[in-house]
Design a protein around this ligand. Structure first.
Ligand SMILES: Nc1ncnc2c1ncn2[C@@H]1O[C@H](COP(=O)(O)OP(=O)(O)OP(=O)(O)O)[C@@H](O)[C@H]1O
Length: 624
C-alpha cells in the first residue's frame, strides 16, 4: 500500500470542515454530485473536440446507491475519471493557495458558514463530515488502469491499483454516526431534488423496495418481496434553456443557490436570449453579498461558458470584464465552436460580441433597477459601488452608462447620490461638479474648504473611497460639466469673493511676507478668496498628484524616483491670526507661519514633518 501524507493545509482544512462547518452537513451530497457532473462535462467536451478521446461514446449518468446495514453511501459517475497522478494532485492537495490565506483570516463565526465550502473548491473534503473513511475508485477515460484512493480523513491517504470496468469515479462513503441518516432512500431523494435538480445529467437513485405479495406463507401471512429499483430523481434540464415564462421565481433562486454556493437568495437576476448576428442565452445573478474574494487579484470567476449546452469553462476571466467579477451565471452560445480554447476566446469575434452584449444588458438592468427600485439599488450599491467605479476607469466604451450608476456621498444630502441628481440640484450659474478626495470621510467632511462652497450653495461630493481619486481625475466630466476637486488649484476661482483695491494691496503684502517666511517649504503662497473662518489651508497644484495619490505611489515602491511634491499654501488674508505676521518680529512671524502651515497639514489628516518642533512652536506662541 502506498501511504502518503496530505499537504499540511489539507489536514488543517479537514479539521476545519469537520469541526466548524458541520451545522449543515447535508451539503456534502451536493458537492460530490457537482464533482461528478463536472467530470462528465469534461469527458463530454473531450469527446467532441479533436484529440485522443474524440468520438468517445458514453451515456452520461450519476448513480447513487446505499446500504443501510453496512452504512455505506456510494456516488458513481461515468465521467472523465482520475489516474494515479490526478488522485494525488486533486485529492491530496488543496485547490488554491489563496484559500488557505483566506481561511486564516476568517473569524470563528464566519467559519461556521457552510456557504464558504463551495466557494473554495474544497467540496470533496466535505465528505468527511459524514464519513469516517472515504474510498474513491477511479479509472481515467482512455486508460486501462484503475486506482483506489482511501483515507480516514486524518493526516494521510493511500493509493493502490484497483478494478473498475468503465471510465469514471466511484466515491464510497463509510458513514459515521453523524452520517448514518443518509443511508436512506427518502432522505437522499429529497436532498437530490433540493440541491441538484438542475444538474444537466440524470441522477439515478437505486434502492430496494419491499412490498407484500398476494401469496401467503404457511401461517397465512402475506409474503414480503424485495425489488431492486433504479429511478431518475432530478429533472436534468438546463434551466436557462427553458422559456422564461415557464420558470418560477423560486426555480431561478434555487438554481442560483445550488449552483453558486450561496445560501441567500440573489439580489436580482436577468435571463435573456439574444438573436441576430450572434445567438446566445445568458442567465446572470447578482449575489446579495459581494463574493469574499471580490477584491483579491486571484478571484474566481463566477460565470460559466457553455456552447450549445456543452460546458466549456468556468475559469475564464475573459467572459466578462474584471469590474463585473461579482456577477454569477451562465453564458450559452449557439455559434461558438466547441473546441474554443482560452486563447481563441480572447480574440474570438463571436465571444467579444457576446461579452459586449452581456455588459450592455447588465448595465441597463442596473440602470432600470436604480430608477424603479431605489431600495434594491441601495443594497446593490452598498456591495458593488467600488467595482463599478473601476469600470469608469477601465471600460471607456461604457463610461457614460457607468457614470449614471456609480454613487457618491455628499455634503448636502444623506446617503448616496448620483451625478444626475447632483446636476438637478445645481444652483443657477454653477458651472462645475465639485468634489473633495484624499482621506477618510470625517476629515473630508470637516475640511475648511467646504465652507466657501456651502456659502455659495454649491454641493460638494465627498469621495472617500481610495480609488475615487484615480478614477475621477481620469473621468474629467459628466455631461459636459467639468468635475473639479476643491482641494486642487483648478477650483479656486469658482467661489471667488471680489476684493476692494485696498484689500488686494494688503493681501499682496501679507502673501509676500509668508513667501519670505516659508521659503521653499511650499510651492506657492496665494491669497484665498474662498476661506471663511479658517486662517489657511493647503491645496495641490492642479497638475500635481494629491497626497493620497503620492501615498499610493510610494506604496507601489517608486519612493526614490519621486520628487517631493509641495503644496500651495492658501491663506485667508482677512484672518486676524494671519495678519499678525506683519506685526510680529521675524522669528515669531516665522514660528507663526510654520504653525499655520503645519495645522493646515493636520486638518487634511497628514502628519507634520517635525511634530516635536510643531508642538514646541505652538506652546511658545500660546505662552505669548
Ligand atoms: N467524481 C470526480 N471525477 C473526476 N474528478 C474528480 C471527481 N471528484 C473530484 N475530482 C477532482 O478533484 C478535484 C477536487 O475536488 P473538490 O470538490 O475538492 O474541488 P473542485 O471541484 O475543484 O471545486 P468546487 O467543489 O468548488 O467545484 C476536482 O477539481 C476534480 O479535478
Amino acid at each position: 500500500m502506498s501511504k502518503k501524507q496530505f499537504k499540511t493545509e489539507v489536514s488543517d482544512l479537514l479539521n476545519l470542515i469537520i469541526h466548524s462547518l458541520y451545522s449543515n452537513k447535508e451539503i456534502f451530497l451536493r458537492e460530490l454530485i457537482s464533482n461528478s457532473s463536472d467530470a462528465i462535462d469534461k469527458l463530454k467536451y473531450l469527446s467532441l473536440v479533436d484529440g485522443p478521446l474524440k468520438g468517445f461514446s458514453f451515456d452520461p449518468c450519476i448513480n447513487i446507491t446505499f446500504d443501510s446495514n453496512a452504512k455505506t453511501l456510494t456516488i458513481s459517475d461515468n465521467g472523465i475519471g482520475m489516474d494515479e497522478k490526478d488522485l494525488n494532485d486533486n485529492l491530496g492537495t488543496i485547490a488554491s493557495s489563496g484559500t488557505k490565506k483566506f481561511l486564516a483570516t476568517l473569524t470563528e463565526e464566519a467559519k461556521k458558514d457552510s456557504n464558504l465550502i463551495g466557494q473554495f473548491g474544497v467540496g470533496f473534503y466535505s465528505a468527511f463530515m459524514v464519513a469516517s473513511s472515504v474510498e474513491v475508485i477511479s479509472k481515467k477515460a482512455g486508460s486501462n488502469e484503475a486506482f483506489r484512493w482511501y483515507s480516514e480523513g486524518k493526516s494521510s491517504y493511500s493509493i493502490d491499483p484497483a478494478e473498475r470496468a468503465e471510465q469514471g469515479s466511484t466515491i464510497i462513503l463509510h458513514l459515521n454516526e453523524e452520517g448514518e441518516e443518509y443511508a436512506n432512500r427518502y432522505r437522499l431523494d429529497s436532498l437530490i431534488k433540493k440541491y441538484s435538480d438542475h444538474v444537466a445529467y440524470p441522477i439515478y437513485l437505486e434502492y430496494d423496495q419491499e412490498s407484500y405479495t398476494e401469496e401467503k406463507d404457511s401461517e397465512g401471512n402475506p409474503i414480503k418481496k424485495s425489488e431492486h429499483k433504479r429511478e431518475q430523481v432530478n429533472s436534468a434540464s438546463a434551466l436557462w434553456t427553458r422559456n422564461k415564462s415557464s420558470i418560477k421565481d423560486e426555480e431561478y433562486k434555487e438554481f442560483y443557490k445550488n449552483n453558486y454556493f450561496d445560501q441567500e437568495d440573489p439580489l436580482f437576476y436577468l435571463h435573456t436570449h439574444a438573436e441576430g448576428a450572434t445567438e446566445y442565452t445568458t442567465l446572470f445573478y447578482i449575489p446579495a453579498k459581494a463574493p469574499f474574494d471580490m477584491n483579491y487579484a486571484d478571484y474566481r470567476s463566477g460565470v460559466k461558458l457553455y456552447v450549445k449546452r456543452v460546458y466549456i469553462t468556468d475559469d475564464d476571466k475573459q467572459l466578462l470584464p474584471t469590474y463585473l467579477r461579482f456577477v454569477r451565471g451562465v453564458i450559452d452560445s449557439e455559434d461558438l465552436p466547441l473546441n474554443v480554447s482560452r486563447e481563441i476566446l480572447q480574440e474570438n469575434k463571436i465571444m467579444s460580441a457576446i461579452r459586449n452584449g452581456s455588459v450592455k444588458k447588465l448595465l441597463s438592468e442596473f440602470k432600470k433597477i436604480s430608477e424603479n427600485n431605489p431600495e434594491l439599488y441601495d443594497k446593490f450599491i452598498k456591495e458593488y459601488n467600488r467595482p463599478l467605479k473601476e469600470g469608469l476607469y477601465s471600460d471607456y466604451a461604457n463610461r457614460d452608462s457607468l457614470l449614471e450608476l456609480v454613487r457618491y456621498k455628499s455634503d448636502s444630502v444623506d446617503g448616496f447620490t448620483s451625478f444626475k441628481a447632483y446636476k438637478e440640484r445645481m444652483k443657477e450659474g454653477q458651472k462645475a461638479i465639485y468634489y473633495i478626495t484624499g482621506g477618510k470621510e470625517n476629515i473630508l467632511r470637516n475640511s475648511p474648504l467646504l465652507a466657501a462652497y456651502k456659502k455659495k450653495g454649491y454641493e460638494v461630493l465627498i469621495m472617500d473611497d481610495d480609488i475615487d481619486e484615480i478614477v475621477i481625475s481620469m473621468v474629467g466630466e459628466y455631461k459636459e460639466l467639468p468635475l473639479k476637486a476643491i482641494n486642487k488649484s483648478g477650483a479656486l476661482d469658482d467661489v471667488k469673493e471680489e476684493k476692494s483695491e485696498e484689500e488686494k494691496k494688503s493681501s499682496e503684502s501679507i502673501v509676500k511676507r509668508f513667501k519670505d517666511l516659508l521659503g521653499d517649504s511650499v510651492k506657492d503662497v496665494i491669497a484665498s478668496s474662498r476661506l471663511v473662518d479658517t486662517p489657511a489651508v493647503i491645496v495641490m497644484d492642479e497638475n500635481d498628484p494629491s497626497w493620497q495619490m503620492q501615498k499610493l505611489m510610494k506604496q507601489m515602491g517608486n519612493v526614490d524616483d519621486m520628487p517631493e511634491v509641495k503644496p500651495i499654501f492658501e491663506i485667508n488674508t482677512e484672518s486676524k491670526l494671519v495678519k499678525q505676521v506683519e506685526t510680529l518680529s521675524d522669528d515669531e512671524a516665522k514660528m507663526l507661519a510654520n504653525v499655520l502651515l503645519d495645522s493646515a497639514y493636520l486638518a487634511e489628516g497628514i502628519m507634520v514633518k517635525d511634530p516635536a518642533a510643531y508642538t514646541k512652536n505652538v506652546a511658545s506662541l500660546l505662552a505669548k
